[in-house]
Write a protein that binds this ligand. Sequence first.
Ligand code: SF4
Ligand code: MG
Length: 328
Amino acid sequence: QGVDLVKHFGGGGLLAAKTVVHAVDGVSLAVRRGETLAIVGESGCGKSTLGRLLLRLIEPTAGDVRYEGRSILSLDEGEMRRLRRELQIIFQDPFASLNPRMTVGDIVGEPIWLHGLAKGPQRRERIAELLRTVGLLPAHANRYPHEFSGGQRQRIGIARALAGEPKLIVGDEPVSALDVSIQAQIINLLEDLKERFGLTLVIVAHDLAVIRHMSDRVAVMYLGEIVEFSSTDGLFDNPLHPYTQALLTAIPVPSPVGRSPKPLLQGDVPSPTAPPPGCRFHTRCPHARPLCREQHPKLEAAGDGRSVACHFWREIQNAGAGAVTAPP
Ligand code: SF4
Ligand code: MG
């Protein structure tokens, strides 16, 4: 059976994140140990909220988050503190997430101190080791965040996340604030660290190009809901949901004739305070029909462990996914 995870912000009934975190009709959104799971969508789709819910940085209004078979919502403070060592987060803006008045050594060493992992010279040695692990120098420990570039600051954030010897790291848009050339370096670093330490990664991103080569599976979110869930290869080869199809055409592809496809996504994401009735994507969907305005499509199994929430995904598939037409 399924568990709905719901987060309402404020008193207005703002639905920011709603997702099934357990198996429903054979579809499981549980994160698998050792995988890289991507959560993608435009900003305002609730993907960061979902990432924070997974780590219990915020409390869900309803529902449950399970980690290694246990509900993390039932854990007391002490148990939660121990769990926080295992579950870490890397933020989008490395500058905003690093205390400007703390040295890099203190920033990276804080979790070591907090969890009582090492003291004195051992702690200093561990900080030096962590800095080397992320491609920085032990001497950087005495410097301050503002002395570093964006990419280096993200490395500091990663070193801090690694300090507690985590099992799972959530990266909330970990490279979107960085130059494209630096993005690849940080992605490579995350992949190396995943291999080396046997990490599980959950990467929140708005850019499908970023997660294409690093993620095993992808959850596509639109207005707080998962609209498609798939292996990464399946998603890129054969996107089922019109929203996924639109996101994919938005990726600039080098083309021999020198023209990129016309972007399909027009307009902004509607406000999550009043999501459209029926299918939330109907206001922007090139395939929308009257039923879409009335009936909310459920996430249903679509074969190969995939799932999709669209009334007409089969017909759209049969008409040819590559031939989706832009709205008039
Ligand atoms: Fe488009 Fe209708 Fe499918 Fe929603 S249910 S994605 S509006 S075709
Ligand atoms: Mg976000």
